[in-house]
Design a protein around this ligand. Structure first.
Ligand SMILES: Cc1cc2nc3c(=O)[nH]c(=O)nc-3n(C[C@H](O)[C@H](O)[C@H](O)COP(=O)(O)O)c2cc1C
Length: 209
């Protein structure tokens, strides 16, 4: 697959595992090759919020997610948190875009300071240094000055801050509708087709002409 068709998807331990799982599903259906990273905290959150309990080791997670999403063999590649030899650890091998969804305030802070203490932080650092697309989907409430400063800093560095804050103007009926609102926004930014949410102006949300 070409560089354009590869995406790094990282899940960290903020609430909202459903967003990451749904995005993974959409990327697989759109034939993207997904380089998948997940923190320990994200696995805990996932098992708290969903029925999905991932195995511990990257190889086993890869097999699990391949079956879970119906992906082709090799379409999802999972790397461990210290797999410094993986493609995402270097500018010469990393995909053109990276999404961190959900993004914890801890990982947000580490990316803002360039900590690179694990592969998620390093992959984000590489994405920034190579001036590629970095989309961060934080979830916290309320936001402290530290969180806001980190988001401002990252935005000024070129990252897109896309808060996990679904709108309601599409009249959501289910939790899936709320999840899709956020995931559709991510897909729009990645220029990947989606039919979950019309772009503004394509559809009048119950407003009379
Ligand atoms: C059930 C659960 C929900 C959490 N929700 C959030 C959250 O919404 N936002 C956040 O920033 N951290 C949240 N945390 C805390 C993070 O998981 C924690 O700070 C962790 O160190 C983040 O590590 P990571 O960035 O390596 O994933 C939550 C933790 C748990 C167990």
């Amino acid at each position: 697959m070409s560089g354009q068709e590869r995406i790094t998807l990282a899940m960290t331990g903020a609430s909202g595992a459903q967003y990451g799982l749904r995005l993974l599903d959409c990327l697989v259906r759109e034939d993207r090759e997904v380089h998948f990273l997940i923190s320990k905290a994200a696995q805990l959150v996932m098992s708290t919020e969903t029925d999905v309990v991932l195995p511990a080791k990257p190889q086993a997670i890869q097999a699990f997610l391949t079956e879970y999403t119906g992906a082709a063999d090799g379409q999802i590649r999972v790397y461990g948190k210290e797999d410094w030899m993986s493609p995402v650890a270097s500018g010469s091998g990393a995909p053109a875009a990276m999404v961190v969804v959900p993004c914890s305030t801890g990982t947000l802070s580490a990316i803002a300071t360039g900590a690179c203490n694990n592969l998620i932080e390093r992959a984000a650092d590489v994405t920034l240094k190579e001036r590629r697309q970095l989309i961060l989907v934080p979830r916290e409430a309320p936001l402290s000055t530290i969180h806001l400063e980190n988001m401002l800093k990252l935005s000024q560095m070129g990252a897109v801050i896309l808060p996990a804050a679904p709108g309601f103007y599409h009249q959501p009926q289910t939790i899936d509708d709320l999840i899709d609102f956020v995931v559709a926004r991510i897909l729009n930014l990645l220029n990947i087709p989606q039919d979950m949410l019309p772009r503004w102006g394509e559809h009048h949300f119950g407003v009379d002409d």
